[in-house]
Design a protein around this ligand. Structure first.
Ligand SMILES: Nc1nc2c(ncn2[C@@H]2O[C@H](COP(=O)(O)OP(=O)(O)OP(=O)(O)O)[C@@H](O)[C@H]2O)c(=O)[nH]1
Ligand SMILES: [Mg+2]
Length: 445
């Protein structure tokens, strides 16, 4: 899960508030201590932790809850807002013509992020070019070239060249007609002075509006000094946090953000070229605190499902209150296509609280089993799962090579999903939001 450890301990701290019968200074003190421990364990810089928790404590105690807000909601809101403020350092990357330079230590995800970013800009209609200015790693040019081919973006490079600023200079000439230029640079194991000098020289030629520090979210305490050194060299304007799909503690990244005073602009959430999300502090913190993130889920769904008529039909059925096993099947298939179940689960409100209880591999295996079972059902049975009883259960089980118990479990799961959907659709506000996000705004709600 994203920032697993930190998220869990922050959720526990908040749980102490929501579970308390009475909010008093002692409780706030205890919770603030829990927060400190959680943030420090996640490698957030000590100074930052102290300032943050001091603000949380004074706002929680001194500010009056807003109208209609209980004392518990008030404290939770203060914690939430302060955490958001910590990360909210300004707007995302502007979608306008510009030159962007990537910097970062070895293996942090610079080259991959170049490709991902190129896709973002070219999807917006910009003519994009990428320049391979990593002259140290022999395969760097080929890697960027391959990424470029994948996303349909031209790449300029000079295999074998040793002079990075020269490559950039000729690359800019070559890409005179491009609107957005992305410059990939070399990484190193540590910050050596020759790397720093090379980056300065490249920046002097490229004159990039954005200097993006690419940071692996698993980086710990070193994140601060690393960010500092890059910042001194080229003036970091933004951070791309990569490998957020891993089990990173990620707190170090928070320190890096504070050090450079730059905002996080994108998150890398997987190896795939489309595993890239614009950063949104509210979203990030609500996910961290386990408040779920329906809007992200809808975005993900939209991206993956666009043009898939079956799924659109199923979505409309769900919206209108009909929900057959076929719909569940289609939805399940679609969801499993969206990527690891774990990633999707984290986006569903309430779901990530269950993270300890859910064995994700087991869930994936169950999904597969369900599919096989459904393949042995007739269309009529799919439309009316209540008819699946007695000898039908045995026939389906036999056909699918599973036990009758598995078949019954699937029917039960369907009944449960249907109930959840009903509850969900009964909530007018949520329904409206969901419809809008799924692009089904023309349906009558
Ligand atoms: N899981 C995951 N892997 C990623 C992500 N971003 C990059 N990677 C992987 O991390 C590895 C290193 O990525 P690169 O893009 O080559 O990193 P780099 O900073 O260019 O590395 P150097 O050029 O050697 O300094 C590759 O295997 C990528 O597939 C991400 O968001 N999630
Ligand atoms: Mg690279």
């Amino acid at each position: 899960m994203v920032l697993e450890g930190l998220g869990k301990s922050l959720r526990n701290a908040i749980g102490r508030i929501t579970g308390a019968t009475n909010i008093d200074e002692q409780l706030v003190d205890d919770v603030v201590k829990d927060l400190q421990r959680a943030l420090l364990t996640a490698d957030v810089n000590v100074q930052m932790v102290l300032e943050l928790t001091k603000r949380i404590k004074s706002r929680a105690m001194d500010e009056k809850p807003e109208a209609g807000e209980g004392p518990k909601e008030h404290v939770v809101k203060v914690i939430y807002k302060e955490l958001v403020n910590l990360l909210d350092n300004g707007e995302g990357l502007k979608m306008e013509p510009q030159t962007i330079m990537m910097v970062g230590l070895y293996g942090q995800g610079k080259t991959t992020s170049c490709g991902k970013l190129a896709l973002v800009f070219s999807k917006k209609g910009f003519r994009v070019g990428m320049i391979a200015a990593d002259v140290h790693r022999p395969a760097a040019y080929d890697q960027l070239k391959q990424l470029g081919e994948k996303v349909g973006v031209d790449v300029y490079g000079e295999p074998g060249a040793k002079d990075a600023p020269g490559v950039v200079k000729r690359g800019l000439e070559h890409f005179k007609d491009k609107k957005v230029i992305i410059v990939d640079t070399s990484g190193r194991h540590a910050l050596e002075s020759d790397l720093i000098q090379e980056l300065k020289d490249v920046a002097a030629v490229a004159k990039p509006k954005e200097r993006l520090l690419v940071l692996d979210s698993q980086v710990g305490q070193q994140a601060g000094p690393q960010a500092d050194a890059f910042h001194k060299a080229v003036g970091v304007t933004g951070v791309i946090l990569t490998k957020m799909d891993g089990t990173a503690k990620g707190g170090g990244a928070l320190s890096a953000v504070a050090k450079t005073n730059a905002r996080i602009v994108f998150l890398g959430v997987g190896e795939h070229i489309r595993d890239f999300e614009p950063f949104n502090a509210n979203k990030f913190i609500s996910r961290l605190l386990g408040m779920g993130d329906l809007s992200s889920l809808a975005e993900l769904a939209k991206r993956e499902l666009e043009g898939n008529e079956e799924v659109e039909d199923a979505s409309k059925n769900i919206m209108s209150g009909r929900f057959t096993l076929k719909d569940m099947y289609t939805q399940m298939e679609a969801v499993s296509k969206m990527g690891p179940l774990q990633k999707v689960m984290n986006l569903i409100p309430g779901m990530n609280k269950m993270e300890d209880k859910i064995n994700y591999e087991e869930s994936q295996a169950r999904l597969k089993r369900y599919r096989v079972i459904m393949d042995s059902m007739t269309d009529a049975e799919m439309d009316d799962p209540r008819s699946i009883k007695g000898s039908r259960v045995n026939r389906i089980a036999y056909g699918a090579g599973v036990s009758p118990h598995d078949v019954k479990e699937l029917v039960k799961q369907y009944e449960q999903s249907k109930k959840t959907m009903k509850g969900f659709m009964g909530n007018r506000k949520m329904r409206k939001q969901m419809m809008k996000q799924m692009g089904a705004g023309d349906l009558d709600v």
